[in-house]
Design a protein around this ligand. Structure first.
Ligand SMILES: Cc1cc2nc3c(=O)[nH]c(=O)nc-3n(C[C@H](O)[C@H](O)[C@H](O)COP(=O)(O)OP(=O)(O)OC[C@H]3O[C@@H](n4cnc5c(N)ncnc54)[C@H](O)[C@@H]3O)c2cc1C
Length: 455
């Protein structure tokens, strides 16, 4: 479905917004440019322009938009809260359906669960749950939309202890289909839709209007330890981390950053515990088992909270222009060597690479099916347009090389602008085939935009 085959005329669009509680703007409207400019989380400009942007205020608006798109042969792309690094919600032609105003949160304290609308963010959800002693493994950025995050898998806070990928803490969804039906999906009812909603990410062929979430006890003590080491010892640090196998409630991240003396390595461990003694023990279970002298202490037992974690993630992303890519890998040390070989040519000092220890969990059957003990992502960031090409080329060359040691990629941080044709590498082969079959079955006319099409 595309605007080339659309049968829309100006009158149709003039009357359509009257059916909405929210608003809609066509490309010709004076407010369109402002809506387009604010769609991306950090104000990045995209030279892809949907014909219409709809800001939904209700489920009826979502239904009306699907109906309008279907009857006029326009495709829909969906925006949760605009945190896709690739801006995959921003397409040429069709309708951009913005759900960010739908922010309702219902909490069942006794049932330790929450039902949330798609415009809810990490920060909003954590703030609503905390007074009840509850928490959810949200993304590390405070304003990251819960819906894109969960649909793509979700590598959340304290994910090891809380069901691994956050999407596995979704026990049901309410979705609106291409034919306009609103259906509930869980393990028993509409299991294929439930399967797809846990991992399809930008390849979703429906609109999720509510996620039903299993919640966890809010940890009383969250503490953060930071250590440093040199770049040449990074492979050893990753191998040792793998040998030790960190405990579930210890989140282990290794950042490669540039400083005044070239690149350095920062190891951060986050302990989620019920008391301070247990938190110290969690940190010690890794640090005291590393070879002596491998890391130097920067700080230990710093009190942390969900809010401080959100703030420190946001502080990492400092530039106006950025691009990201990632691999999952079982070969931490080899991937570190490949990364190190590319760093001398890294164009921007603000660029950061991050290894997150994932371990080897057995995942429930769902669309999300990407395995790899380490997640290695790079956030290339710079400020000037003239440096775009240099930075993109550097990132592409790095991840072309890393493909040789990767087991998969994580769809939510995959370079969908450059590599959309190879997005299948984010899924196990049989899961990919099933996803394509379901997409065809539930959305035969392509009402929902196919992210494999570059624009
Ligand atoms: C600062 C920052 C920090 C991040 N931290 C993390 C992190 O800690 N862990 C992690 O895993 N990821 C992280 N991410 C990546 C993040 O998970 C993805 O960008 C995710 O898509 C963001 O969700 P969103 O709702 O804002 O997505 P959007 O950009 O709004 O949407 C992305 C795509 O998801 C689909 N989509 C979204 N909502 C719906 C819906 N309701 N129904 C159907 N389809 C929908 C659409 O295809 C859309 O194009 C981070 C990103 C940023 C910018």
């Amino acid at each position: 479905m595309s605007s080339q085959t659309a049968t829309i005329n100006a009158d149709d669009f003039r009357t359509f917004p009257r059916r909405l509680e929210g608003k809609a703007r066509s490309r010709h409207h004076a407010e369109y440019a402002g809506w387009h400019a604010s769609a991306c989380w950090n104000g990045r400009h995209f030279d892809r322009f949907p014909e219409y942007i709809v800001r939904a205020q209700s489920l009826t608006d979502v239904a009306s938009t699907i109906d309008f798109a279907r009857s006029h042969r326009l495709s829909i792309s969906v925006r949760g809260n605009g945190h896709s690094y690739a801006g995959c919600f921003m397409r040429d032609s069709g309708i951009l359906l913005d759900l960010s105003a739908l922010k309702q949160i219902e909490i069942d304290v006794a049932g330790r669960s929450a039902s949330v609308q798609p415009g809810v963010t990490s920060r909003l959800l954590s703030a609503a749950l905390a007074p009840h002693g509850l928490a959810f493994p949200t993304g590390h950025g405070g304003d990251v939309g819960i819906s894109g995050f969960l649909l793509g898998g979700g590598l959340g806070i304290n994910f090891h202890a809380w069901g691994n990928m956050s999407t596995f803490s979704v026990y049901a969804v309410d979705v609106m289909l291409a034919d306009g039906r609103l259906v509930h999906a869980d393990a028993e009812e509409n299991p294929d839709l439930f399967w797809a909603a846990r991992g399809a990410g930008p390849l979703s062929f429906f609109v999720v209007v509510k996620f039903h979430l299993r919640c966890y006890s809010l940890p009383v003590f969250i503490t953060s330890n930071t250590y440093s080491t040199s770049l040449d010892r990074l492979p050893e640090l990753l191998s040792e981390t793998e040998r030790i196998g960190p405990e579930a409630s210890l989140q282990v991240m290794v950042a490669v950053v540039s400083g005044s003396n070239g690149h350095g390595v920062v190891l951060n461990t986050l302990a989620f515990a019920e008391d301070s003694g247990k938190a110290e023990q969690l940190h010690a279970s890794l640090i005291y088992r590393l070879p002596q002298g491998l890391v130097d202490v920067v700080s230990e037992n710093a009190a942390a909270s969900f809010e401080s974690l959100y703030n420190s993630t946001e502080a990492m992303l400092v530039s106006r222009r950025y691009r990201t890519d990632n691999v999952l890998t079982d070969r931490g040390a080899d991937s570190a060597k490949i990364l190190a070989s590319h760093l001398p040519r890294q164009p921007s000092a603000a660029t950061v690479s991050l290894f997150i220890w994932r371990g080897d969990p057995v995942l429930p059957e769902a669309a999300f099916s990407a395995h790899g003990r380490f997640f290695l992502s790079t956030y290339a960031q710079w400020n000037e347009e003239q440096d775009d090409e240099l930075n993109r080329r550097w990132l592409n060359a790095l991840y072309d090389d890393l493909a040789g040691v990767s087991t998969a990629s994580y769809i939510n941080e995959f370079d969908l602008e450059k590599r959309s044709e190879s997005v299948s590498r984010c899924f196990a082969p049989s899961n990919w085939s099933k996803l394509m079959e379901l997409r065809h079955r539930f959305d035969p006319d392509g009402v929902f935009h196919d992210t494999r099409m570059h624009r």
